[in-house]
Design a protein around this ligand. Structure first.
Ligand code: SF4
Length: 114
């Protein structure tokens, strides 16, 4: 990002910079964490993230095994697909994904120090 000052309101009420991106934070400090028992693969996170942090794909077997009974039923009902964080280094902590998820399945968490 170019670090341009925020100048506009986005449709969701977040500020945008002059480059048109609502993300102006420093990359690499926070990254999204997905609650596997909540995600329904609706894809809002994929659509709103300006940095391609997410993708929707089949649940990893280990993630599926760790689901609650309710989570397994939900996963089955949605084709066993969920959102995955594939580029955590690119997260700029704008929170667009957090606001876009209708299941409240995304939190931003500090990344471990390298
Ligand atoms: S907060 Fe969400 S939408 Fe914004 S850059 Fe990070 S992963 Fe993408």
């Amino acid at each position: 990002m170019n670090g341009a000052p925020f100048t506009q309101k986005s449709p969701r009420g977040l500020m945008q910079n002059d480059a048109g991106s609502p993300c102006n934070g420093q990359a690499g400090r926070l990254a999204p964490v997905i609650d596997r028992n909540r995600c329904e693969a609706k894809g809002g996170c994929v659509q709103v993230c300006p940095f391609g942090v997410f993708e929707i794909r089949l649940l990893e077997p280990s993630d599926r095994t760790a689901l609650s009974l309710r989570g397994r039923i939900k996963a089955w009902a949605h084709g066993n697909r969920q959102a995955y964080v594939v580029r955590p280094d690119e997260c700029h902590a704008c929170r667009l994904c957090v606001e876009a998820c209708p299941e409240a399945a995304i939190r931003l968490m500090p990344r471990p120090a390298a």
